[in-house]
Design a protein around this ligand. Structure first.
Ligand code: HEM
Length: 423
């Protein structure tokens, strides 16, 4: 069997999934250092070592049940008796979703808040206006001779587009600061130390600014139906600021996927040629394969609120579950030759494949699945179209390696390009 038939962690195509009861323990006392060293590979390596799809480990002094595969994804995105509250380390929670956000709600309260996000983020007209704003901001930054990393270019264009789309119009210097700070929220989420503390402190400043902006919109009789006004009308000020940030931050985070897409275009130039010669229909398949292969969200976490029986194993109330988002999409049993970049797989988030859950899975209205998948795809497709069909660039020598112990990962250089011509 060739290496191509195995996934990044060495699983072989055709092997069966396994959740023995009770789930085995990973040898060792505490596995936090192993997690930091192995990064995205932690759950996959542990499963392979034990020959299972689920095991027990100790992380940051806490018992964890680590799971991979489609059955586990259906558990984390569908089962009753699970909550996201108390499931993430405080810095991760505070930098990403934060207290009071939709992700911290359960049951009916979650469904009501989620419905608001679905109305705002999944509406085709709103997605189109976000996409057009992104394209205009991207084009405005380009000129022949410009040397820039695609990550920086996308971050900056996405920040401007996200602000305008939400209903905010910061001055150019403030936009530059916002680009840095919104990017840092996801970039520092997998880290600890002074830079994480600084990112948290800056986030508090942005929340204060958002509260002022929301209060101003509330006081205005002729406020347009922007996300800022809609969220501000429905929710208490503190919570509204957190939820507006829950739009701005992840839109800017799409820049990381755009950088991975630009790297994939560079690694597999045949695709750019194809798109340039009028076969733009395949851009969506290309972007979905980027989402499968790009290491972004490594795991998602949940806590059992009552005793659960699952595959014959008892998961007692309070159990901390970690699900391997990235590793599940690299598994040779579900994606033959997983290390090969193959847009021909024709992946599509709408098909609800529980093995392909880069932004969560299940029913978007009732689970914690991301409501931003359609918007993410639209923005990635725009970036790929602009890179391939609206400009020519060369790629200077640089370090394009992707360190799998850095969470979230990125091409080391951010994928630098030198713009030659704008068509
Ligand atoms: C960079 C691309 C993105 C990635 C990798 C991503 C990833 C994810 C993941 C994995 C979850 C599920 C978390 C869990 O299981 O608890 C999630 C939830 C969420 N995402 Fe995204 N997301 C992205 C883009 C977006 C966009 C563009 C938006 C909005 C404009 C968005 C808004 C949200 C919200 C509000 C939730 C919470 C949903 C809930 O708890 O019901 N995301 N995202």
């Amino acid at each position: 069997m060739s290496r191509q038939d195995q996934d990044a962690f060495g699983h072989r195509a055709g092997a069966t999934s396994a959740f023995p009861a009770p789930l085995p323990r990973l040898p060792g006392v505490d596995h936090t250092v192993t997690l930091l060293r192995q990064g995205y590979g932690f759950i996959g390596h542990g499963c392979d070592r034990l020959g299972v799809d689920g095991f027990r480990a100790r992380l940051m002094g806490r018992e964890a049940i680590c799971l991979r595969g489609p059955e586990a994804s259906q558990l984390l995105y569908g089962a009753e008796g699970l909550t996201r509250t108390g499931a993430m380390p405080t810095t991760v929670l505070r930098l990403l979703q934060d207290k009071g956000s939709v992700q911290q709600l359960d049951g009916e309260e979650h469904r009501r808040r989620k419905a608001m996000f679905i109305r705002l983020v999944m509406d085709p007209g709103r997605i189109d206006s976000l996409r057009r704003g992104f394209e205009a901001a991207w084009r405005a930054e380009l000129h022949p001779g410009l040397e820039v990393s695609v990550l920086d270019l996308a971050n900056s264009a996405l920040t401007r587009a996200a602000c305008h789309w939400v209903g905010l119009y910061p001055a150019p210097a403030d936009l530059r600061r916002l680009t840095r700070d919104l990017f840092a929220m996801s970039d520092r989420s997998g880290h600890f130390g002074p830079s994480t503390a600084l990112a948290l402190w800056r986030r508090r400043g942005i929340e204060r600014w958002l509260r002022r902006e929301i209060a101003a919109v509330r006081g205005s009789a002729d406020a347009a139906a922007t996300p800022l006004a809609i969220i501000g009308k429905d929710l208490p000020l503190e919570v509204a600021a957190v939820e507006v940030l829950n739009l701005l931050r992840p839109i800017v985070a799409v820049g990381r996927y755009v950088a991975f897409a630009a790297k994939a275009l560079h690694d597999h130039p045949i695709w750019c040629g194809l798109f340039r010669s009028g076969n733009a229909d395949f851009i969506s398949d290309f972007c979905e394969e980027v989402r499968r292969t790009a290491p972004f969200f490594p795991f998602t976490a949940a806590r059992a609120t009552r005793d659960l029986t699952w595959h014959g194993a008892t998961l007692p109330a309070g159990s901390w579950l970690l699900f391997d988002i990235y590793g599940t999409a690299q598994d040779a049993r579900h994606f033959p030759r997983p290390q090969a970049f193959r847009p021909e797989r024709m992946l599509d988030w709408r098909l609800n494949d529980p093995s392909f859950v880069p932004q969560g899975g299940g029913d978007v209205a009732t689970t914690h699945r991301c409501p931003g998948e359609a918007a993410t795809l639209a923005l990635m497709e725009s970036a790929v179209r602009m890179l391939c069909c609206e400009m020519s660039y060369d790629v200077p020598p640089q370090d394009l390696s992707v360190a799998m112990d850095r969470i979230p990962a990125q091409p080391a250089s951010g994928m630098r390009i030198r713009v030659q011509r704008i068509d």
